[in-house]
Design a protein around this ligand. Structure first.
Ligand code: DGT
Ligand code: CA
Ligand code: CA
Ligand code: ZN
Length: 575
C-alpha cells in the first residue's frame, strides 16, 4: 500500500515537534520541518519516486539521513527514531504545541510543573488559574491559551482544500477505473473550491450502482464503512475524512449535481424562484406537477428558472442570483489569464531554489514576468538581507534580464512593515526597486486601532506597492490579526496601492469575502504564490480558486496585465 506524500510529511512534522519539545538542536528540527514541506510540495508521489529508483537526495534540503528516513517510512510505514521519541514523550504534548500561545518550551514546562499532557488538562488548569501562577506565564498567557483552545476546538474537523484535492483526485481515478462508470465528480464545498472542506460528496452516473458501491468501499484509504445502501454510501478514510457517494441516472445528473454542489443557501434560493413559477426542483429533476421538464444538466436547471449558468464558486447566495438576473455575472479569472508572479523567494533569503532556477521555472510556465521578493533585514528567521546584498541582487537581475529576453525579472523585496509603520529599508534603497510587497511579520497582536494605523502609515510611503498576506492568518492554525481591512482597502483605493491574495494553500490570504470587497472598491489584487521553491509556483492554481470565490475577473487582477501596463501601474504614485 503506497503512502501519500501528505502522510510522510506528517511523520516528519511530528518528529520535528517531538525533537523540539525535547530541546533538540534548532537546526535539526528545522531540517525535519523543511523536509516535510519539500515532501508535501512534490507533485509526484515520493513513494513512487523510490520505486522508480530516483535519488531522493536530488530533492532540495534532503540529505543522506533524511533520504534514509523517507525510505524507511515508505517501506515500513514508520520511522524508528519517531517510535522512540513517542515512547519517551507523552502523546498529547505535540498536539498542545499546535495551540496558539504555546511553543515547545511552554509545553514542556506545563508538563513538568503541572503534569499537563492533554487539551483537557490544559483547559482545566487554565480555568482554575493554575497556569497564571507559573513563572514566565502570567494571566495574559493564560487568557491567550484559553482563546487558542477555543479556536483549536472549532477547527480540527475541516481539512484544507489542497489536501482534499489530493484525496479527491485519487478517489476519482479509483472510481473511473471501473468501466461501468460513465461520469464521476466531487460536488459539495470541494466543487465550490472552498478553502476548507468538511467532507467530500461524490456523484456518479452509472447503470450498475452495486458495482460502484463495491469499488467505492474498496478504496485502499478507507478505514471504515459508515453506511452502505443501494445508491448511496458513506465511508471514513484513514485520514479521518468522511466521503459520501450517490449514484444517479443520467437524466437526473444535472439536478443532483446542482443539489449536492450547494451551497445549501444557494440551492434554497433557486428552489424558491422555481416555486413562484409553479415548478419543483429537487435532486431528481425539475418538475411541473408529475412531469419532469429538466434535470440532465445544470444549465437546464438554471434555464428552467430563467437564469444563466452560475459558476460553482459563486454559489453562496451572496448576490450571485441577483447578478445572474441582471445579466451581470463576473467573467471569472482562470489560470490562463495569469501573466506572471509578483512574490517569490530565492536562496538569497529563505527560498530553496536559486534565482536562475526560479526564472527557468517561470519561463516554462509561460510567464512574462517574475518578481524576486526576498525578505528585508528585520525578518531574521527567514534570512532577511541587508541593503548591500539587495543591491548585489539588483545587479544580478540586470545580468539575468539581458540573458533572457523573453521574460522580465522585476526587482522587488518583501519589505517588513515595522511596528511603527515605517518600512524596513531606507527610501533611497526602496527607490531602486520596481515595486515592493510590504507585509507584517512581527507584532501581530496589536490592537485593531494600532494595527490599522501601522498599515495606513506604511501605505503613505510612496514606495509601498502591494500589501502582502494582509491578515496574516494561517488556515486552521492562526487567526487573522485584528485589523480594519475596510479602511485599508479605502486607503489603497485613494493612494493607488494594491492588496495581495497570497496563494499559499496554508494562507489563502485575502479570503473570498475581502477579495470581493477590494474588487467592489476598485482596488486591484495581486494573486501571488509567495513561492519558496520552483514547485510552489504551482500554488497559483489555489490562488485562482480563491479569487474566483471572490468574484475576481482578469481586469481586477494586477498580474493579468502585460509587462508594460504592469510597470505603469506599479510606478511610484508620488515622490
Ligand atoms: P462541507 O462538507 O461542510 O464543507 O460543506 P458542503 O456544502 O459540501 O455540505 P454537505 O457535505 O453537508 O452537503 C453537500 C451539499 O448537499 C450541500 O452543499 C447542499 C446539499 N445539502 C445538504 N444538506 C442539505 C439540506 O438540508 N438542504 C438542502 N437544500 N441542501 C442540502
Ligand atoms: Ca461536503
Ligand atoms: Ca456531505
Ligand atoms: Zn514571502
Amino acid at each position: 500500500m503506497p503512502f501519500h506524500n501528505q502522510e510522510i510529511a506528517a511523520a516528519f512534522e511530528k518528529l520535528a515537534d517531538l525533537l523540539e519539545i525535547q530541546g533538540a538542536n534548532q537546526f535539526r528540527v528545522l531540517a525535519y520541518r523543511n523536509a516535510a514541506r519539500t515532501i508535501e510540495s512534490q507533485p509526484k508521489s515520493v513513494a513512487d519516486m523510490i520505486d522508480e529508483g530516483e535519488d531522493l537526495q536530488e530533492l532540495p534540503g534532503i540529505g543522506h539521513d533524511l533520504a534514509a528516513k523517507i525510505r524507511e517510512y515508505a517501506s515500513t510505514g514508520r520511522i524508528r527514531r519517531l517510535d522512540e521519541l513517542e515512547r519517551e514523550i507523552p502523546e498529547g504534548l505535540s498536539i498542545l504545541m499546535k495551540i496558539e500561545g504555546l511553543g515547545p518550551k511552554k509545553v514542556k514546562t506545563l508538563h513538568d510543573r503541572l503534569g499537563i499532557s492533554s487539551r483537557h488538562d490544559l483547559e482545566t488548569a487554565a480555568r482554575s488559574g493554575e497556569i497564571a501562577r507559573i513563572r514566565g506565564f502570567g494571566p495574559k498567557t493564560e487568557q491567550k491559551i484559553l482563546r487558542g483552545l477555543s479556536t483549536a476546538a472549532a477547527r480540527s474537523t475541516r481539512i484544507k482544500f489542497i489536501t482534499a484535492h489530493e484525496i479527491a483526485r485519487a478517489y476519482l481515478a479509483h472510481l473511473n477505473a471501473l468501466k461501468a462508470v460513465r461520469q464521476a465528480v466531487v460536488a459539495g464545498s470541494y466543487r465550490r473550491k472552498k478553502e476548507t472542506v468538511g467532507d467530500l460528496d461524490i456523484l456518479v452516473i452509472c447503470e450498475e450502482p452495486g458495482l460502484v458501491m463495491d469499488r467505492f468501499t474498496g478504496f485502499e484509504e478507507v478505514s471504515s464503512v459508515v453506511s452502505r445502501g443501494a445508491t448511496r454510501s458513506t465511508v471514513v478514510l484513514r485520514s479521518g475524512l468522511q466521503v459520501d457517494i450517490r449514484v444517479v441516472p443520467g437524466e437526473s445528473y444535472g439536478a443532483a449535481l446542482h443539489y449536492f454542489t450547494g451551497s445549501k443557501e444557494h440551492g434554497v434560493a433557486v428552489r424558491k424562484i422555481a416555486q413562484k413559477s409553479g415548478l419543483k426542483i429537487n435532486e431528481y429533476g425539475v418538475f411541473r406537477g408529475e412531469e419532469r421538464i429538466a434535470g440532465r444538466t445544470e444549465e437546464e436547471v438554471y434555464r428552467s428558472v430563467g437564469l444563466p449558468f452560475i459558476e460553482p464558486e459563486l454559489r453562496e447566495n451572496r448576490g450571485e442570483i441577483e447578478a445572474a438576473r441582471r445579466g451581470d455575472l463576473p467573467r471569472l479569472i482562470t489560470l490562463e489569464d495569469i501573466r506572471g508572479d509578483l512574490h517569490a523567494h530565492t536562496t538569497l533569503s529563505d527560498g530553496k531554489n536559486t534565482l536562475e532556477e526560479m526564472v527557468e521555472a517561470a519561463r516554462s510556465r509561460g510567464y512574462e514576468y517574475l518578481a524576486v521578493t526576498n525578505h528585508s533585514p528585520q525578518v531574521t528567521v527567514a534570512h532577511g538581507i541587508d541593503s548591500t546584498v539587495l543591491m548585489k541582487q539588483i545587479e544580478e537581475i540586470d545580468r539575468i534580464n539581458e540573458r533572457y529576453p523573453d521574460i522580465t525579472i522585476l526587482k522587488s523585496s518583501e519589505v517588513d512593515i515595522l511596528k511603527d509603520g515605517s518600512l524596513d529599508y531606507p527610501d533611497e534603497v526602496l527607490r531602486q526597486l520596481d515595486f515592493t510587497v510590504c507585509s507584517i511579520h512581527y507584532h501581530q497582536h496589536l490592537s485593531r486601532e494600532k494595527q490599522t494605523e501601522r498599515v495606513l502609515k506604511a501605505m503613505d510611503n510612496p514606495c509601498f506597492t502591494i500589501f502582502g498576506h494582509p491578515t496574516g492568518r494561517l488556515i486552521n492554525e492562526r487567526e487573522p490579526y485584528e485589523i480594519d481591512l475596510e479602511r485599508v482597502i479605502e486607503a489603497a483605493r485613494e493612494n493607488g496601492r494594491f492588496l495581495e491574495l497570497n496563494a499559499n494553500p496554508d494562507r489563502l490570504d485575502l479570503d473570498d469575502i475581502y477579495c470581493k470587497a477590494a474588487r467592489d472598491a476598485g482596488v486591484m489584487i495581486a494573486i501571488s504564490t509567495d513561492a519558496h521553491s520552483v514547485f510552489n509556483l504551482g500554488y497559483m492554481e489555489m490562488g485562482i480558486n480563491q479569487a474566483r470565490r471572490g468574484w475576481l475577473e482578469p481586469r481586477n487582477v494586477l498580474n493579468c496585465l502585460g509587462i508594460e501596463d504592469l510597470k505603469r501601474r506599479v510606478k511610484r504614485v508620488s515622490t
